[in-house]
Design a protein around this ligand. Structure first.
Ligand code: CP3
Length: 358
C-alpha cells in the first residue's frame, strides 16, 4: 500500500504520498501531528518573488503558462512552510477558457465584456472540455512531482459567485443585477446556475484527475444572500457540484465570506470541510455547521498588520475556539491582503505548528 492509499487500499488521489499529511488528516477529521496551516491567496502579490516573476505578464496569461504556474504555486510553500499548496489560477479561468470575453484588471478584478442578462446571453456558456484547459493538466502534473508529500489544493468558483461576475459584468458591492435576475426570472436564473455548476464541476475534475489532493469551492460573495433565498435559488447548483466530485474521495472544502447565517446550509450543501470567515468563532461555527464536518479558518486577514504579539494572541484565540472541533485546518478568514508582510505569515505558520505540536 502506498502512502496515498486509504487503509482499504482504495486509491484516493493522483498525488502520491500525501494521504498521511496533516492537512488531509485534518480534512478527514483524523488525529494530526500538528494543526495544518495554509492561506487563501498565499500565492500572490504579498510576495516579492511573485511580483518579480509576474512582471509584465497579465494575470490571465500567467495562468496559461505551466512553468510559471508551478513556480508561483511553490513560492509560498518554500517561503512559509505551509501544509498545503493552492493551485495558482483564478475562478474566472474556466470562463475565459470557454470563450467568454473577459479580463482581470489590476486593482479591480474580473471584468466581463458582454454580461449575461438574457436567455440569448446564456448561449455564451458552453460546456468546458478538458482540452480547453490542457495547461492546467500540464501544470498540475509538474506540481505534484515537485511537491512530494505536500498536498495540492485545486479550486473553482461556486455557481453563485461566478454568476455575480457574469451578470454584473464585474465586481459588485450590492449584486443588484444578479439579484434582479434571481428574483425576476427564476427559470433563467436556475438555467444559468445549472450551466455554471457543470463548468465548475468540469474544472474541478480536471484538477483532481491531474493530481490535486483536495478541492476548494469559493462562494466568496454568497454572504450577500438571505438563507431562504440561498436554499431555494443557489444551494441546488452547489449541491450538484459537491455530489459530482464526491466519487473521487478527495476532501471538498466550501468557503464563503459573511456567511454566519448560512453556515448550516453550507454544511448541508455537502462539503467535507466548511471555511469560516473571522466574524464567527469556530466553536460557534461548529454548532451552526453541525457534526461530521471539519472547519477551516479563521483569523482576520487584517490582524496580520498588527504587531507580532497581537497576531499571536488572535491566533491563540482561534486555536482555543477550535480545541473541541473534529478537524481544524488553520487559515485566514479570507484571502491574504496584498500589502501583508510575508514575514508575518511565515511567523504565523511557525506559531501554529509550535503551539499545536502533539
Ligand atoms: C473572488 C475571487 C476571484 N479570484 C478568486 C476568488 C475567490 C477568493 C476570494 O474570495 O478572494 C480566487 C483566486 N484568485 C487567485 C488565486 C490564487 C491562488 C491563491 O489563493 O494563492 C485564487 C484562489 C489569483 C489572483 N487573482 C487575482 C490576482 C491579482 C491580480 C494580478 O496579480 O494581476 C491574483 C494573484 C485577481 C482577482 N481575481 C478575482 C479578484 C476579486 C481579484 C483581485 C483584483 C485585484 O485586487 O487586483 C476574482
Amino acid at each position: 500500500m502506498s502512502a496515498n492509499e486509504s487503509p482499504a487500499g482504495q486509491q484516493q488521489t493522483g498525488q502520491t504520498g500525501t494521504y498521511d499529511s496533516a492537512f488531509l488528516k485534518a480534512c478527514r477529521r483524523e488525529p494530526v501531528p500538528h494543526t495544518p496551516v495554509w492561506f487563501m491567496r498565499q500565492a500572490g502579490r504579498s510576495l516579492p518573488e511573485f511580483r518579480k516573476v509576474r512582471e509584465g505578464i497579465p494575470m490571465l496569461e500567467s495562468c496559461t503558462r505551466p512553468e510559471l504556474v508551478t513556480e508561483i504555486t511553490l513560492q509560498p510553500v518554500r517561503r512559509h512552510g505551509v501544509d498545503a499548496a493552492v493551485y495558482y489560477s483564478d475562478i474566472v479561468v474556466p470562463l475565459k477558457a470557454i470563450g467568454i470575453d473577459l479580463d482581470i484588471k489590476p486593482g479591480i478584478g474580473p471584468v466581463i465584456e458582454n454580461p449575461i442578462r438574457s436567455r440569448a446571453d446564456l448561449e455564451q456558456l458552453r460546456a468546458l472540455e478538458p482540452g480547453d484547459v490542457s495547461y492546467v493538466t500540464e501544470a498540475i502534473g509538474m506540481l505534484v512531482r515537485e511537491l512530494g508529500t505536500t498536498p495540492l489544493i485545486g479550486f473553482a468558483g461556486a455557481p453563485f459567485t461566478l454568476a455575480s461576475y457574469l451578470v454584473e459584468g464585474g465586481p459588485s458591492r450590492n449584486h443588484e443585477r444578479t439579484k434582479a435576475l434571481m428574483y425576476g426570472d427564476p427559470q433563467l436564473w436556475a438555467d444559468l446556475l445549472d450551466r455554471l455548476s457543470d463548468i465548475t464541476t468540469a474544472f474541478l475534475k480536471v484538477q483532481i484527475e491531474a493530481g490535486a489532493s483536495a478541492v476548494q469551492v469559493f462562494d466568496s460573495w454568497v454572504g450577500a444572500l438571505a438563507p431562504a433565498d440561498y436554499r431555494r435559488s443557489v444551494m441546488p447548483a452547489s449541491v450538484k457540484v459537491f455530489e459530482a466530485v464526491a466519487p473521487y474521495g478527495v476532501p471538498r472544502i466550501h468557503f464563503g465570506v459573511g456567511t454566519g447565517e448560512l453556515l448550516g446550509l453550507l454544511g448541508e450543501a455537502g462539503a467535507d470541510v466548511v471555511g469560516v470567515d473571522w466574524r464567527v468563532p469556530l466553536d460557534e461555527a461548529a454548532r451552526r455547521v453541525g457534526p461530521g464536518k471539519a472547519l477551516q479558518g479563521n483569523i482576520d486577514p487584517a490582524v496580520l498588520f498588527a504587531p507580532r504579539e497581537a497576531v499571536e494572541t488572535k491566533a491563540r484565540e482561534v486555536l482555543d475556539a477550535a480545541a473541541g472541533l473534529e478537524g481544524h485546518v488553520f487559515n485566514l478568514g479570507h484571502g491574504v491582503l496584498p500589502n501583508t508582510d510575508p514575514d508575518a505569515l511565515t511567523r504565523l505558520v511557525a506559531y501554529v505548528h509550535e503551539q499545536t505540536a502533539r
